[in-house]
Design a protein around this ligand. Structure first.
Ligand code: NAP
Length: 320
């Protein structure tokens, strides 16, 4: 009877190795305070990078670092497999992805769109649905950690979407951030970001009140901050935003008009779910007043200025 196994024995220790897949080409749209350093970090990590920004001058530092520049999101999408967006608000993401000359017009089936802007979860799910019809996956992946986190590649990244897309993009998330959490399905990352902004907003307002109280009582707020940083009141907000309030330095950082936008999104979700979130509502009112005073381009730590103005009649309060 003929032997069933081949005469020429193969090396049993030899392991199958997948031929190197063609590395993903990366596209990045939106090169503002956050997007520019994030895109630069991806380029520095060795990824082939294509960029698009509304204003050509925003693309210059990326072009100098070796990125190709494209006049529209559609053109960029023709040259990228993983397409990141980091623009301002819900309508901007819709325009950049679904609008004329948008990503959807250029992206090929199999591409993944990664929206890292902070926008409405419901809109994000709807955009993901439009992309899915063309065989394109989408992750919502908003971030926390601010400009410093974007520059240092230490962002916290909150991801919603399907696991295979998350697994494919994960190595790039690891370039951009340190704490990367796959929160759940489509939109879950944006819901997580809203939770983040509730905590951040309420904390900024609390820190502002503490610093005003210290000043009004004639106690050095810098020493108060130092003491509080060693106890239960310690937070990154007390550390960073508290220092900005003490120094009266409100260059952004995180622009108040963007924080107002995030609190608008929180308010919409609370409205739709029938939830009362009084802390979030108070923070929204501070931001409404700040932006209404024409100060929306300042860092959202400038909530302190609104609180100071509210108390300007106090004998030991700030001047208006
Ligand atoms: P930013 O500095 O204002 O940058 C936004 C960028 O998006 C700008 O370059 C802008 O282009 C571009 N853009 C906006 N709408 C666009 C459109 N319709 N088409 C094309 N480009 C458009 O804002 P950012 O601070 O980087 O924030 C970006 C996103 O990250 C926001 O959703 C924000 O809430 C979120 N975020 C920010 C921080 C922070 O600390 N800054 C932290 C976490 C999350 P132009 O320059 O031409 O206007």
């Amino acid at each position: 009877m003929a032997a069933r196994h081949p005469k020429r024995l193969c090396n049993p220790h030899r392991r199958f190795t997948m031929p190197d897949a063609k590395p993903d080409r990366v596209g990045f749209i939106g090169l503002g305070i956050m997007g520019r350093p994030m895109a630069l970090n991806l380029r520095r990590a060795g990824y082939e990078l294509a960029v698009h920004a509304r204003r050509p001058e925003s693309m210059e530092p990326l072009a100098e670092a070796g990125a190709s520049t494209w006049a529209s999101p559609a053109q960029l999408a023709r040259h990228a497999d993983l397409i990141f967006t980091m623009v301002s608000d819900t309508a901007d993401v819709e325009q950049v992805i679904l609008g004329p000359d948008g990503v959807l017009e250029g992206a090929a089936p199999g591409a993944v769109v990664v929206d890292m802007s902070s926008i409405s979860a419901a809109a994000s799910r709807a955009i993901a649905g439009c992309l899915a019809e063309r065989g394109i996956a989408m992750l919502d992946a908003p971030v926390s950690g601010g400009e410093i986190g974007a520059i240092e590649g230490t962002l916290s990244i909150m991801v919603g979407g399907e696991a295979p897309a998350f697994d494919r993009v994960r190595p790039l998330f690891e370039v951009l951030g340190r704490n990367i959490v796959h929160v759940g399905g489509s939109g879950a990352g944006q819901v997580c970001k809203s939770c983040n902004q509730v905590v951040v907003g309420a904390t900024i307002a609390g820190v502002a009140e503490a610093i005003l109280l210290a000043r009004a009582a004639g106690v050095d707020p810098a020493r108060v901050r130092e003491a509080l940083l060693g106890g239960f009141a310690a937070s990154r907000i007390l550390e960073v935003h508290g220092q900005r309030m003490i120094d009266d330095q409100f260059a952004p950082g995180f622009k108040a008009r963007l924080h107002q936008k995030d609190m608008r999104i929180v308010g919409e979700v609370a409205h739709d779910l029938g939830l009362g979130l009084p802390g979030a509502a108070a923070c929204t009112q501070y931001l409404n007043a700040l932006v209404g005073r024409g100060l929306g381009e300042l860092d959202s730590a400038a909530i302190y200025k609104v609180l100071e103005a509210m108390n300007s009649g106090h004998p030991t309060g700030g001047d208006e």
